[in-house]
Design a protein around this ligand. Sequence first.
Ligand SMILES: [Zn+2]
Length: 247
Amino acid sequence: MIEQRLTTLRKKIRLNGKHVIDTLLSNHFANICVICGSTEDLTKEHVIPKWVFENNPKGYFSTEINGINQKYSKTTIPTCSECNSYILSALERYLEIIFRQIELDENYFDDADIEKIILWLEFIDYKFQVLNFRRKLKKPKDSKFIPFLADIPISIMQKMDASPHKIFSNLRNALKKLSIKSKANKVISLVIYITTNKSYHFFHKTNEFIFIELPKHQIAFFYFINQNFNSKKEASIAAKKLIKKVY
Ligand SMILES: [Zn+2]
């Protein structure tokens, strides 16, 4: 069932991806499904799914954007009800069930499941890219105006990428990626941790990496979105370095 829905997702993106990105480029705030471009039955898709926060006593986390506090439970982007409820929710439900069954062993997942986890993480990155694109950057106090802020504020290791062209092509590629079935070449770029950490952590750098912890399921993922490695060990060392920088 899930496979069939993901096939529908890939078809939709292949057919409409160009239209979606062109529309967003001409109007950053276009009210369209950011996956298939539909303007009907629009719903609010959470950038970070709510169930991910379950072990966080507040039920959300927040960050400062332009000096304004932003709650992630309220951070959404538009998607049509088919993309949101029928396809993406199904993917999340599927993952939640396999996460629940995990037996404290990072080799627990089979290749097909790993590819779904990668798709899910790529999807979160795409949502953040859309979000950044739609976010109006106000002039921060006591600093220069930066026309294109590429990174999300949660990310602590920010690097300013000021080229609009780069941001457009990143957005295009991020959506395109979701339409690629095989993630086999990216499996090494996913580092899986079994964790006993009780609190929720997340950090992310658009188009580069994403770290997400699911304390309820005692698991965490570090995924390098575009970087490839020769071995799992190499990826794991690179991930460790970045995690150390943050903590
Ligand atoms: Zn849609």
